[in-house]
Design a protein. Structure first.
Ligand code: F6R
Length: 353
């Protein structure tokens, strides 16, 4: 039930704070120790020499963020793969691979095909899915629930943030993040609420930047590049504004030629290591006429930035940075008079290959 909301997407964007809070309570005890992840999962992953995250669409983008947690906190090399590619072109695997499937529905045919192949080859696997008792959760050796509640809108929002959170919790349980992760996630939940309470700002940003536009860009580096591709998918998927998500440093290698007067370029700026470089890239596109809209963390902000994100631990900033971009996609779509929840040509779950 949509309740007071005009669209499920808006309701589901708002629910992200609740989901973050729920996950920090479900997966941790009062002392901040991870519970509800079987020791057998942790042991199996510790035996692996490399992790393979396999997923499609938005779930694949959540994998791009999770890679960072697995590599940084567990020391395991982690590859992220698009399931439709992996299914027919399996890359050379390490000696002891461990597979992690990410999926909202648990029914995506491309990902199921890979899991089938993996099971046949005798490799261990874990599925993180939102729909419990779905095919991907039943057919993998292990499963972890995303607990995001039903996601009805075609565009995935709360399942994405739940996936990123559960990846962080799993990586923390296997290795050590050096963080009081329960506490950090509780903080994320509070700040998510702060952002979703500022919807009017995103409505204005979306209408100003995108009203008459047919193309747009999202740029960032590192974790912000991962969020940029997800942000671009969200915007193009529902508003039909052709949008590219780009690693900011790669623009100058060709794509910058697409920048025209007024082309909206949304820049995500939450990583201190690369903030200076991204500022440079923002100036380069601005010099070619782009309308730059900067979404920066408070600690990295400069006058003129369009929106300031509350600061949480930098590795967790993707959980906050994605929310303005979901809302920008929502309001740009509304502004065009389109059905936010049901974009053309798409089904909620893609059960064909
Ligand atoms: C985008 C979107 C899709 C799905 C993709 C995978 O908003 O919803 O890209 O993320 O089809 O679906 P799941 O996660 O159900 O495997």
């Amino acid at each position: 039930d949509k309740g007071v909301y005009p669209y499920y997407m808006l309701k589901e964007v708002d629910e992200q704070a609740i989901v973050a809070r729920t996950l920090s309570q479900y997966y941790f005890d009062d002392n901040g120790q991870v519970i509800n992840i079987d020791q057998s999962i942790i042991d199996r992953i510790k035996q692996a020499d490399r992790l393979y995250i396999v997923a499609a669409g938005t779930s694949y983008h959540a994998g791009l963020v999770g890679k960072r947690y697995f590599e940084q906190w567990t020391g395991k090399p982690t590859e992220v793969h698009i399931s439709s590619e992996f299914a027919y072109d399996q890359p050379l695997l390490s000696k002891k691979p461990f597979f992690i499937f990410l999926s909202q529905s648990g029914e995506t045919a491309d990902s199921r095909e890979v899991l089938d192949n993996v099971v046949k080859q005798g490799y261990p696997s874990l599925t993180m899915a939102n729909v419990l008792n779905s095919t991907l959760t039943r057919e993998a050796d292990f499963a972890l629930p995303l607990l995001a509640g039903p996601e009805i809108a075609v565009a995935s929002t709360k399942a994405y943030t739940a996936q990123v959170i559960v990846e962080a919790i799993l990586a923390h349980a296997i290795g050590d993040s050096g963080l009081d992760l329960k506490h950090e996630l509780a903080k994320v939940a509070v700040e998510m609420q702060v952002i979703t309470d500022q919807k009017d700002q995103f409505k204005v940003i979306a209408e100003d930047a995108l009203h008459d536009r047919h193309s747009a860009f999202y740029i960032g580096r590192g974790l912000d590049a991962a969020v940029a591709v997800e942000s671009a998918l969200k915007l193009k998927e529902i508003s039909y504004v052709q949008t590219e998500g780009f690693a900011a440093g790669e623009l100058k290698h060709g794509t910058i030629s697409l920048i025209e007067d007024g082309t909206p370029v949304f820049a995500l700026l939450t990583q201190s290591k690369t903030a200076g470089l991204v500022r440079g890239e923002i100036s380069q596109v601005a010099a070619r006429g782009a309308n730059t809209i900067v979404i920066a963390s408070q600690s990295l902000a400069k006058p003129g930035d369009a929106y300031l994100l509350p600061d949480v631990n930098e590795l967790l900033m993707p959980l906050l940075a994605v929310i303005p971009t979901q809302l920008i996609a929502y309001y740009a779509t509304l502004d065009r008079g389109l059905d936010v929840d049901r974009p053309r040509n798409l089904a909620k779950s893609v059960t064909v290959q």
